[in-house]
Design a protein around this ligand. Structure first.
Ligand code: SF4
Ligand code: SF4
Length: 378
């Protein structure tokens, strides 16, 4: 089973450790500073994001995809440029994800064709199956993709997806894969029976799952599904998982963010942005990879890399940021600071992109994010 990447996920045991474990003692710790500039010299495993628009607005979506995004799809030049960057930095295979890549079939066929020309193997294309209409049309499209070298689809199955997409469409895509000889990876197959318990012709709200499978259904999901608590997932899970005051988070995590150097789960998108680690909403121009980042061009990334959340906090306070309520983690606080800088202060930073990420953070279309208005005293 390939690693899924659409919503970014932590292994369940790591998630447990990070969000359920007792907070560490809140005694003052020295700030640990990483002095060398962030430098992404090598890429290991990752994907291309073809588009951010999507039929759905899932409550766990790391990249805050939704129908409200501009209907922009990766063009040929950016596809080639991203693939060249990926190869230059030592990676030979990628997956393709979104948004929903199948919303532009011609665009997806173009991406698969260019990847073959560039000598980059596509491991799989992720899909939510919303494009499925009937067997003949699905099989025709899948055959065209297969003829151009595609071998597999990763098919999303979760209660979050089922809030927007009837399960019969998912079953239709699985069947079309079987007919055309494409491999189908249901992600996550453990949810199949639960989705199958409802009428497959309509979407179903999480409340229906809670009514049928228990009031703690949402709370139990992170132990079963590798969800990264970023993007829209923070809003969804802040009500059911433990949260901490910003002071506690700042006090316990004084290291630079080594996660920014993680190249095991990278993404390059339709705007030519490299997304460091799982830090959605942060961006590095693809052509800036391979050499130390200029701190004048990327001041916030320089702070995060050197001093972590405390470095970003210091900048945010200069701009009047005040924490609101409690946070799941340093990444939740980081995201709220970035949302504040982009949406509330309308400030422009090269690394805070794309703007649509911040516009679509909320579960409600174009509503400003905000989970608790209680003032924070730090
Ligand atoms: S289907 Fe859901 S998780 Fe996937 S890209 Fe769309 S909104 Fe995000
Ligand atoms: S605090 Fe921000 S930069 Fe650091 S790992 Fe979390 S999201 Fe990434």
């Amino acid at each position: 089973m390939p690693k899924p990447v659409r919503a970014g996920r932590l292994r369940p045991e790591e998630l447990q450790r990070r969000v359920r474990g007792k907070p560490r003692r809140q005694e003052a710790q020295p700030m640990v500073s990483v002095t060398r500039a962030l430098n992404i010299r090598h890429l290991s495993s990752g994907g291309l994001i073809t588009n951010y628009y999507c039929t759905s607005r899932c409550g766990h979506c790391l990249y805050c995809c939704s129908p409200q995004w501009d209907r922009r799809y990766i063009d040929a030049a950016t596809t080639r440029q991203n693939l060249e960057t990926i190869r230059r930095l030592g990676c030979q295979a990628v997956h393709v994800g979104g948004g929903e890549p199948f919303l532009n079939p011609e665009g997806l066929l173009r991406v698969v064709t260019i990847a073959r020309e560039a000598g980059v193997r596509i491991e799989y294309v992720e899909t939510n199956s919303s494009w499925y209409r009937d067997q003949p049309s699905a099989a025709t499209l899948l055959r065209e993709l297969k003829d151009r070298g595609l071998g597999a689809l990763l098919i999303s199955i979760s209660p979050f997806h089922n809030e927007h997409i009837p399960f019969q469409q998912v079953k239709g895509v699985i069947e079309a894969c079987r007919v055309t000889g494409l491999a189908a990876f249901p992600w996550v197959s453990g949810f199949y029976k639960e989705l199958d318990a409802f009428d497959p012709r309509t979407p179903h709200r999480l409340e229906e799952y809670e009514a049928r499978f228990g009031a703690d259904y949402l709370e139990r999901i992170p132990a079963r599904y590798w969800i990264h608590l970023g993007g829209r997932a923070v809003q969804t899970f802040a009500g059911v998982l433990p949260t901490f005051e910003s002071a506690a988070i700042l006090n316990r995590d004084r290291r630079g963010c080594r996660e920014l150097q993680d190249v095991s789960h990278f993404h390059l998108d339709l705007f030519g942005h490299y997304i460091p680690g799982l830090c959605a909403g942060l961006a590095i121009r693809g052509d800036d990879l391979g050499s130390p980042l200029n701190p004048d061009k990327y001041p916030l990334l320089a702070q995060l890399h050197a001093s972590g959340i405390n470095g970003l906090w210091a900048v945010a306070r200069e701009h009047g940021f005040q924490a609101k309520g409690a946070y799941l983690s340093k990444c939740h606080l980081c995201q709220d600071i970035r949302r504040y800088l982009v949406m509330d202060r309308e400030l422009t930073f090269t690394e805070l992109a794309p703007r649509g990420f911040y516009e679509n953070l909320s579960a409600a279309p174009h509503a400003r994010s905000g989970f608790n208005d209680a003032p924070d005293t730090k």
